[in-house]
Design a protein around this ligand. Sequence first.
Ligand code: NAD
Ligand code: DAU
Length: 340
Amino acid sequence: MKILITGGAGFIGSNFVRYILSKYPSYRVVNLDKLTYAGNLDNLSDVEDHANYEFVRGDICDSDVVNRIAGDGVDAIVHFAAESHVDRSIDDPAIFVKTNVLGTQVLLESVVKFKLKRFLQVSTDEVYGSLGKEGSFKETYPLLPNSPYSASKASADLLVRSYFETFGCPAIITRCTNNYGPYQFPEKLIPLFVTNALFDQQLPIYGDGLYVRDWIFVEDHCRALDVVLHKGKAGEIYNMGGENERTNLEITHMILGKLSKPETLLKHVKDRPAHDRRYALDCSKIKSELGWKPETSLEEGISRTVDWYVANQAWWQKIKSGEYVEYYEKHYLRRESYRG
Ligand code: NAD
Ligand code: DAU
């Protein structure tokens, strides 16, 4: 099988590239990535010389590059490439629409044009919107996104559905909860807090910190995508989660405990606008139909993740310099005057 993986230089994409190359020695992988601020070839330095791996720097919105790759014997596309950070979508929504919506449409066209066998749209639980204290989202729940990021992902999901219905495009949508693990860009909650705490810098908790996310170790997500790629049914949607609902304060305390750092590092700051209170997924469909379940406990996953960031300081210190510093200085200033 030859797989085109988009966004393979990002966090989940790079973990998935490594997972596929190691589990399926005969598979060929082409990684198409624009290398935005979040794309990093250091994430893949251990596989860059692998005989079955090829990297192409390019934009999923560019139909020429997409068609050139898709038309060269590709069987399936696993589509990770996206603008992925909610805070950035509040600062600058336009690029989210361009990459996440228009880029997905370019890929769908290539699937139809070259009659590819499978398209996996790697989507998110955020498309369902926010939950109260009880309940969980099933795949049939209406889409009620609240941020420009989640709206762009929901829009892409709807385009995927339309290409299945209209053109018979063999597409599947997966919706996953919050991932964490090695190679996550240090703007997301867990890697930001681990790397800040290591240098005794403040941990900015948005609002009261009682927002709830369900955390899944990235390897469990990769296994779920593998199962859907090989056994999933075209036109279907599969939820996938870690069964680890925690408040942001609980996650922060776990990190501080693991690093033996004081709670005084914690700082409550202005909340994110339209901040979804709670996400939780009903994952009974993928469990009963495809036999997948998460295997990594939160305690083990956080421990492995913190150990990885401690052991790989050069990786994140390179990121947390220059452009990163400038962006976050501006970001925190902008937060004070968020619209609405
Ligand atoms: P990431 O931001 O770490 O990586 C995104 C990658 O896409 C980067 O390598 C970037 O260079 C690339 N990219 C961006 N725009 C591109 C373009 N126009 N053309 C080609 N490449 C481009 O993201 P992530 O956290 O690894 O998320 C990957 C996917 O999984 C996204 O689609 C996201 O919506 C989805 N997802 C993420 C999570 C999570 O918790 N991180 C949970 C559920 C779903
Ligand atoms: O649920 C899946 C989604 O998870 C993915 O689709 C997104 O790509 C991914 O970014 C993630 O979105 P979140 O907004 O949940 O992740 P983030 O790490 O930005 O924030 C997690 C929680 O922590 C959220 O309630 C906001 C809060 N937070 C975040 C940051 C960065 C803070 O309190 N302080 C922070 O500095």
